[in-house]
Ligand binder design. Structure first.
Ligand code: F6R
Length: 238
């Protein structure tokens, strides 16, 4: 696991965008794993800007998003599908975008079908991740054991608190989600995690103790051969 330290949030996003551009230069029909949350917002606007000025072309790309609240309507403004539409897919053209369906009647069948789709696509070329203050990646919340495949997960208290900022008063915040599991995430040839802000400094410190903590899902990434963690100085505890 490699750590890159940038000065600011903007630099982290710019570095991340460079990695995406390099990936698409190498393989225009890449399979990309995408994340939501506050962290990648400027990365997505940077990529949109670069697509509009012709620096990068997403038209052959297939994308798979990491997670979705469950249950949630796709049209709900806080669904991750709506988030991606707003920040990326309404602005650039991709070959296909794939999501775990927050309206699926059988969440387990939905997860199994999603994993099969990732596998059929040949796995992920570049996987973007963020990290929760509690060390979650995707919505793989701290636990004593982890399913390999994608699964229906009850969100941790810390996650519910952290994400409540996105929900308006009276808007029902789902307490569960469908999350990509470790197998599809580990299918990625390159995993890039972006981490910014002082509230992430404690979790980054623990992650770089270079120990696999069973209650720190992100620490499992030490077992992957190609992980780049891009942090700003604040998240690096400086
Ligand atoms: C979202 C996701 C989550 C976030 C994490 C950090 O698709 O997979 O793991 O990356 O919760 O969120 P922010 O960036 O809002 O701090």
């Amino acid at each position: 696991m490699k750590k890159i330290v940038c000065n600011t949030y903007e630099e982290v996003c710019n570095f991340g965008a460079d990695i995406f551009v390099q990936q698409l230069k190498k393989k225009p029909d890449s399979v990309l794993g995408l994340a939501t949350g506050s962290t990648p917002i400027d990365l997505y606007s940077d990529l949109v800007r670069r697509a509009k000025n012709g620096e990068v072309d997403f038209s052959k790309v297939r994308t798979f998003n990491l997670d979705e609240y469950y249950p949630i309507k796709a049209s709900h403004p806080q669904s991750y599908r709506a988030f991606m539409e707003k920040h990326l897919f309404s602005k650039i053209k991709v070959e296909s975008s794939n999501f775990l369906n927050g309206e699926a009647s059988d969440p387990h069948a939905e997860c199994a079908a999603y994993d099969a789709k990732v596998q059929k696509a040949g796995g992920i070329d570049l996987q973007l991740l963020g990290i929760g203050v509690n060390g979650h990646i995707a919505f793989i919340e701290p636990d004593s054991s982890y399913p390999l495949g994608s699964y229906l997960v009850e969100l941790a208290e810390e996650t519910l608190i952290a994400n409540s900022r996105f929900f308006k008063e009276g808007e029902n915040q789902p307490t569960s989600a469908l999350s990509m599991g470790l197998s599809p995430i580990f299918s990625a040839r390159h995993i890039m995690m972006l981490v910014t802000g002082p509230n992430k400094a404690p979790v980054i410190k623990r992650l770089f103790e270079n120990v696999i903590h069973t209650d720190l899902p992100a620490s499992l990434l030490h077992l992957h051969p190609n992980v780049t963690v891009v942090v700003d100085r604040a998240a690096n505890g400086e």
